[in-house]
Structures are given as structure tokens and as C-alpha cells.
Design a binder for this molecule. Structure first.
Ligand SMILES: [Zn+2]
Length: 198
């Protein structure tokens, strides 16, 4: 007998915070709509400046503490207030900024599995990286472990990239991300990766 999703993995979660993530609270979030069915994981990539790894600029962006004058690129995103639930560094280190019980601001205008405004009912995971470039084995491992833990606690039945929920507008994580490797690690059915067959 399979326990209901909401009773699984409770030791891993407290109020939507994952026990094994380093917590850094972002002010950029809000409540999910009443009755939101959190059934989607959205995979992103980010680095600031693009292609530069290892600094704290992403954490600063998500906590509204980035110095917009510190790099020319930052001027192009000045004032942006965004967040994701999770951020996975190149070495697999995991950060969490918003409780998964709340609505993070990672997707923007988006639509997937017949529903729009994917921020309402998804969990957003950023990988430190660059569109079109590859990702590290430690990141796939961390992403698989995290996704599995999320699915123990929330009724996740879909995984997609930002590029799939906002096609034409967003391109991350991009062609360097190996969806087949993630699916293999998770052992999840094709149905959860519907975009791969569409
Ligand atoms: Zn994205």
C-alpha cells in the first residue's frame, strides 16, 4: 500500500523547508493560491554574470542585495525581484530561498500541462550554469535526490525546463542539460517528462 503523498518524507521537511538545504530567506515570494496542486518541478539555469561560477551573486539577486553597479550585465537586470525555491551550485551544494509551501518567482509568464502561471503550483530549481553549456555530475546527483524528496512530500507528476513552460521567451536550462540522465537517476516514467515526446 502506498501512503498518501502528504504523509511521506515528513522527516525531510519542515513547513516547506528541506532539511538538507542551506537556508537563505528571500523576500521575493507570496502565498500559493488556495488549493494549489503542486505537481510540477521546473528546472532552470542561472549564473551571474552569465558563465561566471562560484560567487555569491545569485544568492544576492534572490535576496535583493545584488550591487547593480558591480558588473555591466547587472545593469540589464537592475531592480529585478526574483527567486527560486532551490539553487544547486556546480559542486552540488544546495540552497533554499523560499518555502515550497509558498510561491516563488522563477517562472514568469508560463504555461504547462494545460495550466498557466506556473509559479502558482510548481517548485523552481536553479542550477548554477549557462544555457547551452553542460552541467556537473554533482548537480545531477543533487537534483535527483532533491526531486525525489520533493515528490515524497508534494504530488509531483511533471518535470520540465523553463524553456518548456515559456517557449520562445526562455531557453534554460538549454541543450547542455541531459534530461535522460535525470530521468534515469530518478527512475520516473516517461509521462513525467511529457515535453520529451511532444
Ligand atoms: Zn529560468
Amino acid at each position: 500500500m502506498t501512503p498518501p503523498a502528504e504523509s511521506g518524507g515528513d522527516a525531510l521537511w519542515a513547513d516547506g523547508w528541506y532539511r538538507f538545504a542551506r537556508r537563505l530567506d528571500s523576500p521575493n515570494f507570496g502565498p500559493r493560491p488556495a488549493g494549489a496542486l503542486v505537481d510540477l518541478i521546473v528546472v532552470h539555469s542561472i549564473s551571474l554574470p552569465p558563465g561566471v561560477y562560484g560567487g555569491d551573486e545569485v544568492q544576492r539577486l534572490f535576496t535583493n542585495t545584488l550591487d547593480w553597479e558591480a558588473h555591466p550585465y547587472f545593469k540589464s537586470i537592475e531592480g529585478m525581484q526574483v527567486s527560486a525555491h532551490f539553487y544547486i551550485r556546480r559542486d552540488g551544494a544546495l540552497w533554499q530561498f523560499v518555502s515550497c509551501d509558498d510561491r516563488a518567482w522563477h517562472a514568469g509568464p508560463s504555461s504547462y500541462r494545460g495550466r498557466s502561471n506556473c509559479n502558482d503550483d510548481s517548485v523552481g530549481i536553479e542550477l548554477e550554469g549557462l544555457e547551452g553549456e553542460t552541467f556537473e555530475a554533482a548537480q545531477y546527483e543533487a537534483l535527483a535526490v532533491l526531486s525525489s524528496a520533493i515528490a515524497q512530500h508534494y504530488p509531483v507528476v511533471h518535470v520540465a525546463g523553463h524553456e518548456h513552460i515559456a517557449p520562445g521567451r526562455k531557453g534554460d536550462p538549454g541543450s547542455g542539460f541531459e534530461w535522460a540522465e535525470l530521468q534515469r537517476s530518478l527512475g520516473w516514467a516517461d509521462e513525467r517528462f511529457a515535453f520529451l515526446r511532444s
